[in-house]
Design a binder for this molecule. Structure first.
Ligand code: FE
Ligand code: FE
Ligand code: ZN
Length: 279
């Protein structure tokens, strides 16, 4: 079965319960949320976020706990070797996000591997590994998923080999996996027309068993552009046919698949895009 949803809001007054209601309004059976504003680290206590109500609602509607995904905020930069305080904040905040993911009874916590800023790629990768290895024992069942990136600016993680290198050197390997973003890998230069070849490259560099979450987005830019601008499903350079093929691919179907496409005229497009992809 296709496990398909979108990123959803998480805001007062219903918080996570509201997130689940939003997902249900799209006929989704998966959802992704931020535990607070994606741009900052202010977080309310989990006890205020209507978590039991949200979990009941999920259970009543057949949404499995592992199909509730958490995305860490953008300001986490694990690859920054230039400002040590940035890396230290990244470690401590990621640790607390992992605790919040566990409190949500969720499994997957998606995080961007980071940017090397004025250093270089290899230093960025080594810095990310060192920071991830500073994490204390992670909560049972929580899997931090490093996201495949477009290679915009000084981002690391835009080739599968880079992510493979990171995963292989972590001291809590059972707590790590990968989130594959179709817009990002297309912008990074992977040709999605031969998706089997892309998966084979993934398998060789990382191992397909580490692929946990999919971000399904179209792209506003050509393959290899290193831009990272998401387009609505079927409105971009990847196209509906290819995105549908990916979503229904036997190696993908069954993994939580999340749309992060832009709003259209201030309205979320997710009900229509989910129906389009399921069809
Ligand atoms: Fe992301
Ligand atoms: Fe993404
Ligand atoms: Zn993106």
């Amino acid at each position: 079965m296709m496990i398909l949803g979108s990123h959803v809001k998480m805001k007062a007054p219903l918080f996570v319960e509201g997130s689940v209601l939003e997902a249900l309004s799209y006929q989704a059976n998966a959802l992704m949320l931020y535990t607070g504003a994606p741009q900052n680290t202010k977080r309310l206590p989990m006890s205020e976020l209507h978590v039991p109500e949200a979990l009941n609602l999920m259970q009543e509607n057949g949404i499995a706990n592992e199909n509730l995904i958490v995305h860490a905020p953008y300001l986490i930069n694990l690859a920054n070797s230039v400002k040590p305080e940035v890396g230290e904040l990244a470690v401590s905040f990621l640790q607390s996000e992992a605790e919040r993911t566990a409190a949500l009874r969720a499994r997957y916590l998606v995080v961007h591997p980071g940017s090397y800023t004025t250093a270089d790629l290899d230093t960025g990768i080594a810095t990310a590994i060192a920071h991830l290895n500073e994490l204390q024992e992670l909560p049972d069942g929580v899997v931090i998923c490093l996201e495949t990136m477009a290679g915009k600016g000084s981002e690391i993680g835009f080739r599968f080999e880079q992510l493979g290198t990171i995963l292989k050197q972590l001291n809590q390997p059972e707590h790590f996996g990968i989130c594959l973003d179709t817009c990002h890998i297309h912008d990074a230069g992977y040709d999605l027309h031969d998706f089997d070849a892309v998966l084979q490259e993934f398998d060789q560099a990382i191992g397909l068993e580490h692929l946990k979450v999919i971000h399904l987005n179209d792209s506003k830019n050509p393959c290899g552009s290193h831009k990272d601008r998401h387009a609505n499903i079927g409105q971009g350079t990847i196209g509906l046919e290819l995105l549908k093929k990916i979503a229904h691919h036997p190696r993908i179907e069954g993994k939580p698949t999340i749309l992060e496409t832009p709003y259209i005229d201030d309205e979320p497009p997710y009900a229509e895009e989910i129906a389009l992809l399921r069809d």
